[in-house]
Write a protein that binds this ligand. Structure first.
Ligand code: FE2
Length: 286
């Protein structure tokens, strides 16, 4: 008979997973079990607290659907998603940031420069960017997957009034690594406020539900690490208190009026200037 005590229960539980055949999976599970035990010891977890925590996870599962993962939101609002993004961001390369729940595969291809404005209300702007390697050399033919919300704060999947694929596209960078997207200025929006992640954790802590306005991008190029990131607006009021910890200084851009009568005309602007955000993306080697 093995006499399990406070002194050997953790080792027994960790060792019980030694038979997992995949080494990495074994490490992930064993270290998780060790940290769970350490946590319970550190806070002297009571039975009532343990049951409450399980009930909370139950509610997180109950409200989740294929379209709405409360577990992803829980990961976001506890900073775990951003922790993983930052772990895989390499010094000198553009840092990663939240993928978020509104990316979908199969975004339509557009020519570069692209114009996504269509019938959208909102402030018409240009995003002018380059994709570069770590030496600052342009990466021609890099794939850019871009998506953002509309003037009502919603992504097209959330809003039946928006046309399919509104404000999203894929395109390839030009020979000089550049790409340009005519679009509308994104607006701040709230994380879901009807589930346990917000109602039981974020709100009681006195935290807000808002995310500062942002573009989402996935930039990929063979031989380089794929970059999943966001670009924020320097003038946004929520920049200091993003509900999901996505803001990094290197990802904050500012719109500046540029004298460009041709672009102004294309965008249907009255004067000779266009609000332009310039943001380059630097990819690490694979
Ligand atoms: Fe977003």
């Amino acid at each position: 008979m093995k006499n399990l005590t406070l002194d050997n229960i953790t080792a027994a539980a960790v060792d019980s997973f030694a038979g997992l055949p995949d080494a990495r999976r074994r490490e992930l599970v064993q270290v998780l079990v060790r940290h769970l035990h350490d946590y319970a010891r550190e806070v002297r977890l009571s039975h009532a607290e343990w049951r409450a925590a399980l009930g909370f996870l139950h509610r997180v599962g109950d409200i989740s659907t294929p379209e709405r993962s409360e577990f992803s939101l829980l990961s976001d609002v506890t900073g775990l998603s951003s922790q993983v993004d930052l772990l895989w961001s390499q010094a000198g390369a553009t840092p990663g940031s939240n993928l978020g729940p509104f990316h979908a595969a199969g975004s339509p291809w557009r020519d570069n420069p692209a114009d996504l404005i269509g019938d959208n209300a909102g402030t018409r702007v240009l995003l002018r960017s380059r994709v570069l390697d770590m030496q600052g050399q342009p990466l021609a033919g890099a794939e850019v997957d871009f998506w953002q919300n509309a003037a009502d704060g919603l992504y097209w999947q959330q809003d039946p009034r928006q046309p399919t694929d509104n404000l999203r596209c894929r395109l390839r960078t030009a020979a000089d690594g550049s790409f340009e997207i005519a679009t509308i200025r994104p607006v701040p929006y709230q994380i879901p406020t009807d589930g346990p992640a917000y109602l039981e954790l974020v709100q009681p802590a006195g935290r807000g539900s808002w995310r500062p306005a942002h573009y989402h991008l996935i930039v990929s190029m063979p031989g380089h690490r794929t970059l999943v990131t966001e670009v924020f607006d320097a003038e946004d009021t929520y920049l200091e208190r993003d509900a999901v910890f996505g803001v990094r200084e290197a990802l904050v851009g500012r719109y500046a009026d540029e004298h460009d009568p041709a672009a102004a005309q294309r965008l249907g602007l009255p004067g000779p200037t266009v609000p332009v955000m310039r943001m380059d993306f630097r990819l690490a080697q694979a």
